[in-house]
Design a protein around this ligand. Structure first.
Ligand code: PBG
Length: 326
C-alpha cells in the first residue's frame, strides 16, 4: 500500500512520542488546595475525599514544606471555621487573628517563597452556608462585595500573595483591586474565579468544610452549566476590573469553557479540578475499575491541553511525584 503520509510514524515509540508531545505536565502547573482546622496535631481524613486531609496548622506547615520540596509553588488556603464564629455578616473573615490569617502567616514564615493564595467568599463563615450575606432569603450583592473587600484586605495584611474570590458576586474584582490600590497593597494579585458554575461536583468540598448551603442552592450567583458565552463575558469583565489570573471551575466537564476563555483573554487561565472530580477517580480506583495514576495524569494533561496554564488540584502532590519520576 502506498501512503503519502503515515501518521503512526510519530507514535512509533515512547522516545518519538515524548519529542512531539504538545502538552507536558510539571509541578509548576499545580496549585495545591489545603484545608485548615483549629487545634494541634489534627489530621482528619475527609470521608468523601479519601487520602485528603484537614490539617491543624502545625501539621499543615510540615505538609506544605514537603510539597515545596517536590516543586509545588503555590497553595490555596481554605479554612474550617468553628460554628460559634459563624453569622450573617461574615465578620470572622476579616478577624486579624482568624484561622485564615494565622494560616497565611504560618506558611509564609515557614516558606517565604511559597505563593500563598486565599479563598475569598463568605461560605465558611456564614450560618447559611452561602457565599454572601443573606437578606429575606436572597444573597445580596453589594453588601457582600463590601465584606469581600474587607476580607481581601485582611488577607493582604496577613501576607497573602494572591486573593482568590470564589463568590461570584458582581463587581467584586474591581472593588477589591481598588481597595488594594488605596491601601498600597500593590503587590497582591487577584486570581478571579470568573467562570464558576453551580456544580454538583463541589459536594465533597462542602463535606470537608461543613459549608453546604442551609437553604436553596447557589444558582443565583454561580453560573448555569448550560451556558458558554456567559463565561467569556465573566472572564473579560474580570480582566478589565483588574484580575491577574482568571479561573474556570470545575475542569473536566468544562474543557470547552477553558478553551473558550483561553482564546478570549491574554492573562493566564487557571482551572479548578474540584473535589467531586477527585472523588470520582478515587472511588473508581478503589473499586478496581480505573488505574488511579493513569487517570490522574490523563485528566490533568487534558485540562492543560484544553488551555489551563495553572491547575488547582487535590492530586497536586500525587501528580508532582509521578511527573518528577518521569
Ligand atoms: C466556596 C468554594 C467552593 C469551592 C471552592 N470555593 C464550594 C462552593 O462554591 O460551594 C469548591 C471546591 C471544590 O469542590 O473542590 N466559595
Amino acid at each position: 500500500m502506498y501512503l503519502q503520509k503515515r501518521n503512526r510514524i510519530l507514535r512509533t515509540n515512547s522516545s518519538i512520542r515524548s519529542l512531539v508531545a504538545e502538552t507536558v505536565l510539571t509541578p509548576n502547573d499545580f496549585i495545591l488546595p489545603v484545608f485548615v482546622d483549629e487545634g494541634e496535631n489534627v489530621k482528619h481524613e475527609i470521608p468523601s475525599m479519601p487520602g485528603y486531609y484537614r490539617y491543624s496548622l502545625d501539621l499543615l506547615v510540615k505538609e506544605v514544606k514537603e510539597v515545596w520540596a517536590m516543586g509545588i509553588k503555590s497553595v490555596l488556603i481554605f479554612v474550617k471555621a468553628k460554628d460559634e464564629v459563624k453569622d450573617n455578616t461574615g465578620k470572622e473573615a476579616w478577624n486579624p487573628d482568624g484561622l485564615m490569617q494565622r494560616s497565611i502567616k504560618a506558611i509564609k514564615n515557614a516558606i517565604p517563597e511559597m505563593l500563598v493564595m486565599t479563598d475569598v467568599a463568605l461560605d465558611p463563615y456564614s450560618v447559611y452556608g452561602h457565599d454572601g450575606i443573606v437578606k429575606d432569603g436572597e444573597i445580596v450583592n453589594d453588601e457582600t462585595v463590601d465584606a469581600l473587600v474587607k476580607m481581601s484586605l485582611s488577607h493582604a495584611e496577613a501576607g497573602a500573595d494572591f486573593v482568590a474570590p470564589s463568590d461570584m458576586m458582581d463587581g467584586r474584582i474591581g472593588a477589591i483591586r481598588k481597595a488594594l490600590e488605596a491601601t498600597h497593597f500593590t503587590k497582591v494579585g487577584i486570581m478571579a474565579y470568573s467562570a464558576k458554575y453551580a456544580s454538583c461536583f463541589y459536594g465533597p468540598f462542602r463535606d470537608a468544610l461543613d459549608s453546604a448551603p442551609g437553604f436553596g442552592d447557589k444558582k443565583t450567583y454561580q453560573m448555569n452549566y448550560a451556558n458558554r458565552r456567559e463565561a467569556i463575558n465573566e472572564a473579560l469583565q474580570d480582566v478589565e476590573q483588574g484580575a491577574d489570573i482568571v479561573m474556570v471551575k470545575p475542569a473536566m466537564a468544562y474543557l470547552d469553557i477553558i478553551r473558550e476563555v483561553k482564546n478570549s483573554v491574554t492573562v493566564p487561565v487557571s482551572a479548578y479540578h474540584v473535589s467531586g472530580e477527585y472523588a470520582m477517580i478515587k472511588a473508581a480506583a478503589k473499586m478496581g475499575w480505573l488505574d488511579e495514576n493513569k487517570a490522574i495524569i490523563e485528566s490533568l494533561t487534558s485540562i492543560k491541553r484544553a488551555g489551563a496554564d495553572l491547575i488547582a488540584t487535590y492530586f497536586a502532590k500525587q501528580a508532582a511525584e509521578m511527573v518528577n519520576r518521569q
